[in-house]
Write a protein that binds this ligand. Structure first.
Ligand code: BMA
Length: 925
């Protein structure tokens, strides 16, 4: 870095943010000190965030108007509506560039060049230096690089003007020669006229059926002014592919900005296998500044990268140097991993019509277990490494091996993918298109093509990234007419796929979710044709999305067949403690206007309440009270956990079942962007809902699945396994116990045991018996329930509870549900960031839910953390140890036991529901 270190940082002291529109003339101009970065690449400073962030940041004292907030928090109360004017306004960031370095400081350059790097400029923005336009940016997913040498002067003024994305996109739509359907949302500013599909910007930032509509503009990346005496690496990427049975290849591609024409610029790359062993190669930089080289890596010399649950995640660094003669003028580094991941579509084992949809990782047919990820934050400067890590660790805790980065959001920040590499989470990365048609004029398609190239250059090296995919749910538009089909092909086959094949021909491509797959996907011939039989939800091929809120959601025989279920879900409410951070106590009751406002899913309450009424008695507590609301929240979460848990187990157990051969289950949706009724299993901020613990069991390496047939006449027990330890696979290592438990009794009244033989990466039915036989003599579907327990050497004991009442039109209202008395014993002493408590009960308890705070007594006061197990069922007289962990990011902290004792609460079905008749002649406690 010899010549770069001679660069003195230019400095830019402070940005002024001004509102340029009439609509916001009442807002005083704000001054922001923006920190300068002293990185060796000669960067100046960053302008991070959006007007929304800055208008609020003054409240915390970071702006010059300390102590004053010009904008209420958009996430609190009706802040979304009250801040819609920000997206309707024009904004200007302005500042001064003052150079402090001398252009003659570099020995090897007579004419340094100066570049403006502006990464991830979200919105419609014009950059001006003095009064010269240097950049017009309207694709939020790009990194922009502009040579400003001939424009910038010492003490130049720089301005960024953001237009209103609402006005610009509406104008573009109105001027477009034909109608381009915009679907999926309409929540910005109470349903104002919007055209999100006319701007390359996070579609869900305009609001979604689970999300707040803010349409924030801003700079999520960095704005830097960089002086380059000789040359610099603008960007470097690496792609790993299988070159032969014995060899991997690492293709390194860099783009250089060259200041002084020299024929001796060279790129050198070095893969570090160990401190003694490196593999290196070099290449010249061509006239256009591109340098590409390939490192050949014998497979035997590197360890394989595996998804979570299947092995380790070794990563290897590639050091890249840009050399002028023998002087290093710039350097870069990427980490790579070695794995062979393909999404394949072979025939089914018994040659059924259609084909499988199967991830094969290093030769292993892997069942994909995971969920769909939406943006971690609508205002992307809040998508910090801590926030993404908290979320991804929760995914790993729930035994995920994959996440789908859904196309209605944005490409995630780089640290997200790095964390997925390290945690073993495969990423199915969708291009940013969802639930809409899109324009297909030349300028739009050119921007998309550039986007594809940039996304590959930025993300391609990540071993976790295993699949590119075209869009979310847009194939449906192709069937609407010839014009629509032509537009579809232009955008996805002839632009996204064909560009992708030029820059990353090795990674698997899936045309859309859902879809029937690719008929021809041949980068050699440059031929890309979707397989399209007119039904993108074809049960015999490709993936499928399933949402049907009408039928009894615990009747799993309603679930449709599919080769891969890539979306399914049901709503629930977030915890009271979370809601209380964004709502006043007076909003915290069933049906409150604010809650209605945040329910963005059409008929959401009706569907949810119909399912609740089917299964559960009404929530306990006085009508309209917070106690009732808290119990209602619990019931929505229990319902979601039981139904989506059961659906997940069902897709998994159909792995090897003829007529199904389902090879993936990815529920909708992992996370949230605010506190509202949504499909998530993890709340905004990281708190786990009941579903998350239930999913952890459903995705366990060995899951025991108990299920009822369509008429509730038989009880069946299936095992589903991924990778298992050798100890569990040995003969005699596995026992299954089926026990029948009275709701009101001390002990099981009928117990059967079976030997079982486990095998990995498989599903199989172990027992299927008439329900009377399982319940035993004298027991009825209303008086008893069933537990299946699996003991396998080297594995934790796994349970499944089968409630025959699930098939009863009255659900749990039909049984003699006792009021269990549950005791939790908190230890006296603990000096760690976790504490193990013992939970015990007298009677059976359904849906036992532990929380370290919250509820009507403590509202938003709680210890932030998660439980080793939660949302479980207990039989009479059972005792169980459960550990509470403070948030992952709090490693140094210790659990405050006094606080835990004070805040701890336990809810279960009987405690959350009002006493009902439940069963003739049985008194209810
Ligand atoms: C699917 C998703 C999202 C949506 C979800 C729930 O269609 O792709 O668009 O949020 O269903 O309705």
């Amino acid at each position: 870095m010899a010549s770069l270190s001679s660069l003195g940082p230019m400095s830019l002291c402070c940005w002024t943010l001004t509102c340029l529109s009439q609509v916001c003339s009442h807002v005083p101009p704000l001054h922001f000190n923006v920190s300068s970065s002293s990185s060796s690449s000669g960067s100046l400073w960053n302008v991070l965030g959006s007007p929304i962030s800055h208008l609020q940041s003054s409240r915390s004292g970071s702006g010059s108007g300390s102590g004053v907030s010009y904008l209420p928090d958009p996430f609190v109360e009706y802040g979304d509506v009250n801040s819609s004017w920000v997206a309707r306004s024009r904004w200007q960031y302005s500042s001064e560039i003052s150079t402090t370095c001398s252009s003659s400081s570099s020995s090897s350059s007579s004419s340094p060049r100066i570049f403006l790097d502006a990464h991830f400029v979200d919105g419609i923005a014009t950059f001006l230096i003095d009064d010269t336009v240097v950049l017009k940016s309207d694709n939020a997913f790009l990194r922009n690089y502009v040579d400003i040498t001939n424009v910038v002067k010492p003490s130049s003024k720089i301005r960024i003007i953001f237009e209103s994305p609402v006005d610009v996109s509406n104008a573009r739509r109105d001027a477009y020669p034909f109608h381009v359907t915009q679907g999926g949302n309409g929540f910005f500013d109470n349903g104002a006229s919007i055209a999100p599909n006319f701007i390359r910007k996070d579609a869900s930032s305009w609001g979604w059926d689970w999300g707040i509509g803010l349409v924030p503009s801003g700079v999520w990346g960095e704005v830097r002014v960089v002086e380059v005496p000789v040359a610099r690496l603008r960007q470097c990427g690496a792609l790993v592919y299988v070159a032969s049975d014995e060899q991997y290849a690492v293709q390194v591609t860099c783009m250089a900005d060259v200041a002084s024409q020299t024929s001796s610029l060279r790129l050198e790359a070095r893969l570090v296998i160990s401190s003694e062993q490196h593999i290196a190669a070099s290449s010249n930089v061509d006239d256009s500044g591109v340098a590409q080289l390939t490192l050949s890596v014998p497979s035997k010399q590197v360890k394989l990268w595996w998804p979570n649950g299947l092995g380790d995640q070794p990563l290897y660094d590639v050091h890249i140097d840009l050399l002028d003669q023998s002087d290093a003028v710039d350097q870069s580094q990427v980490s790579v991993g070695f794995r062979n991941v393909q999404l394949v579509e072979p025939a089914t084992p018994n040659d059924e019509p259609g084909r499988l949809m199967q991830f094969v990782v290093n030769g292993v047919e892997v069942f994909a277990k995971g969920a769909n990820v939406i943006p971690v934050h609508v205002i992307q400067d809040h998508e910090t490494p801590e926030a993404t890590l908290t979320l991804l660790r929760a995914a790993v805790r729930a035994n995920f091996n994959i996440v789908r980065v859904w196309g209605g959001g944005h490409y995630m920040p780089s640290h997200f993918y790095r964390q997925c590499d390290e945690l073993g989470l495969m990423v199915w990365q969708e291009f940013a298109f969802a639930c809409s048609e899109y324009p297909t004029d030349g300028e739009y398609l050119r921007s998309v093509s550039e986007e594809v190239r940039d996304v590959v250059a930025r993300l391609g090296h990540h071993p976790s990234l295993v699949l590119w995919s075209g869009n979310n749910e847009n194939l449906a538009y192709a069937s609407q007419g010839p014009r629509n089909l032509t537009a579809y092909n232009q955008l996805y086959e002839n632009t996204v796929r064909s560009t992708l094949a030029l820059v990353d021909p090795w990674r698997s491509f899936w045309p859309a979710s859902p879809s029937n797959g690719m008929l021809v996907d041949d980068p050699q011939r440059q031929l890309y044709v979707i397989r399209w039989d007119g039904d993108e939800q074809d049960p015999s091929q490709g993936d499928r999305h399933y949402y049907d809120y009408g039928p009894n959601c615990m009747n799993v025989s309603n679930l449709p067949p599919t080769r891969f279920m890539s979306e399914y879900g049901l709503q629930s409410l977030p915890s009271l403690a979370s809601l209380a951070t964004q709502m006043k106590p007076s909003d915290l009751h069933i049906g409150s206007p604010l809650l209605q406002h945040r329910q963005h899913h059409l008929n959401g309450w009706e569907e949810l309440n119909a399912q609740l009424r089917r299964y559960f008695a009404s929530p306990t507590g006085k009508a309209g009270s917070i106690v009732e609301f808290d119990a209602y929240i619990y019931l929505t979460q229990l319902l979601q956990a039981r139904c989506i848990g059961a659906w997940t187990e069902t897709w998994r157990r159909r792995r090897d079942e003829a007529g199904y051969y389902t090879r993936g289950a990815m529920y909708w949706q992992l996370n949230d962007v605010w506190h509202a009724p949504t499909w998530s299993s993890v709340e905004f901020g990281g708190h786990e809902k009941m579903l998350h613990s239930t999913i952890r069991r459903a995705f366990a390496p060995l899951a025991v699945v108990g299920w009822l047939d369509a008429h509730a006449e038989t009880v069946s027990i299936s095992f589903v396994a991924d990778e298992l330890p050798a100890s569990a696979l040995a003969k005699g290592a596995c026992k299954l116990e089926l026990s029948s438990h009275p709701w009101r009794g001390e002990k099981p009244t009928h117990v059967q045991t079976f030997d079982c033989q486990l095998s990995k990466h498989s599903s199989s039915m172990i027992v299927s018996q008439p329900i009377e036989k399982v319940l035993g003599e004298g027991a009825t579907v209303r008086s008893h329930f069933v537990r299946a327990t699996v003991y396998a050497t080297g594995l934790p004991t796994a349970f499944s509870h089968i409630y025959p009442s699930d098939a009863d039109p009255l659900g749990f209202q039909a049984v003699a549900l006792p009021t269990a008395h549950i005791t939790v014993t908190v230890p006296d002493q603990v000096k760690a960031n976790f504490a193990t408590v013992m939970i015990s009960t007298d009677f059976p308890a359904v849906g036992v839910w532990l929380e370290a705070g919250g509820g009507p007594d403590h509202l938003s006061e709680r210890l932030h953390g998660y439980w080793s197990d939660n949302s479980f069922d207990l039989v009479a007289n059972e005792k169980r140890n459960v550990t509470f962990f403070l948030d992952d990011n709090d490693d140094a902290a210790a659990v405050d036991l006094a606080q835990l004792r004070k805040l701890l609460r336990v809810v279960h079905l009987a405690s959350a529901t009002a006493p009902t008749k439940k069963e003739e002649g049985v008194a209810v406690n």
